[in-house]
Design a protein around this ligand. Structure first.
Ligand SMILES: NC(=O)c1ccc[n+]([C@@H]2O[C@H](COP(=O)([O-])OP(=O)(O)OC[C@H]3O[C@@H](n4cnc5c(N)ncnc54)[C@H](OP(=O)(O)O)[C@@H]3O)[C@@H](O)[C@H]2O)c1
Length: 302
């Protein structure tokens, strides 16, 4: 049997518990891995709360990104072998001793990258990469990131700086030092944020990456010179209403390889601010569900 952490009913954290399940069988196009580390994301508590629908067979295992060692290769998979160190996303839960990765969306972990670092890349960093690429701003332009201190924001700030962009980001006062360390200018969110952003970027901003949604976007949209340069990971309706759109996800292992190579080269830091053993998965979930996690939180499974 394989130990896992999941939820037995849709709703609050009281529905979370440890589960014993047989290790999943690798079907066509998938890899069975022994999980070494898994990343924690807002999508985990959103899924448990039923915000993505309530049609999953329960109990369901939490977590959607993992790094580990290949134990078995499903039919039709090429390029991966038993014993390879890999990472990627999983539809069957990552907070587990064993899980399945879709081979198409998986990548090899370079030797200079830890399992924890690799587990931090498939969701937040890959989303940040897709968003920065979609915005396609020239060097010297100014990017505003709403919610810069979290997993996606901390990654996007670094990737944008790497491309020569000037970066501003909204965060709480307690996140100021974290944002400055990313090479970005922090702007406190809350009442008056529109004026504070305008003061920090008197010539306007050339792109907005929205990781918060709703009023947080409306309050600052006026500073954007070209409204098509507004992309959101969280609130497509408001982004579209304001002239922007949703971040389009690539979802292939190619993006993961680019990111892992940047980590190995010392050009990108996944910003892991806390690691928890699998036994403390509920604590890690609560930290992310608070809405104020900084950078990435990781579960170390074995
Ligand atoms: N569509 C996709 O493919 C996709 C992929 C990844 C993520 N997402 C979504 O994108 C969003 C961000 O993900 P994430 O992983 O970065 O989340 P996260 O790590 O949980 O974000 C936490 C951060 O949000 C900041 N924050 C909270 N309220 C804020 C506000 N009103 N204004 C500015 N910052 C605020 C907090 O900063 P302070 O502590 O300073 O308050 C905290 O650092 C989530 O909703 C997630 O579900 C979507």
């Amino acid at each position: 049997m394989s130990k896992a952490f999941g939820f037995v009913a849709y709703g609050g954290p009281e529905n979370q518990e440890f589960l014993d399940r047989p290790a999943p069988e690798p079907g066509p196009g998938t890899l069975l891995i022994a999980v070494r580390a898994a990343g924690v994301n807002p999508a985990d508590w959103k899924k448990r709360r039923g915000m993505f629908g309530t049609g999953d067979d329960l109990p369901a295992v939490l977590g959607s990104e993992a790094a580990g060692v290949v134990r078995a290769v499903g039919p039709g998979v090429s390029g991966f072998a038993v014993g390879d160190a890999v990472f990627g996303t999983t539809p069957v839960g990552a907070f587990a001793e064993h899980t399945l990765l879709a081979a198409e969306g998986a990548a090899h972990k370079p030797g200079g990258v830890t399992f924890a670092q690799a587990a931090a890349l498939p969701v937040a960093a890959a989303t940040a990469y897709d968003a920065v690429r979609q915005l396609d701003l020239d060097p010297g332009r100014t990017l505003l990131i709403l919610g810069i201190a979290g997993g996606v924001g901390s990654a996007a700030a670094q990737l944008a700086r790497e491309q020569g962009l000037r970066v501003l980001g909204t965060a709480g006062e307690h996140s100021r030092a974290h944002v400055e360390a990313l090479g970005a200018t922090p702007v406190r969110y809350g009442e008056g944020v529109g004026e504070r952003v305008a003061a920090a970027a008197p010539d306007g901003v050339d792109g907005i990456l929205d990781l918060v949604g709703g009023e947080a976007v409306r309050a600052v949209a006026g500073v954007l010179t070209d409204r098509s340069k507004l992309v959101s990971t969280v609130d497509p309706a408001t982004a579209e209403e304001l002239g922007g759109g949703y971040v389009r996800r690539d979802g292939t292992g190619a993006v993961l390889t680019v990111l892992a190579d940047l980590v190995a080269a010392g050009k990108f830091d996944p910003q892991i601010t806390a690691t928890y053993p699998l036994a403390h998965a509920a604590e890690a979930m609560a930290a992310v569900e608070s809405g104020h996690a900084r950078g990435k939180l990781i579960l170390e499974v074995s």
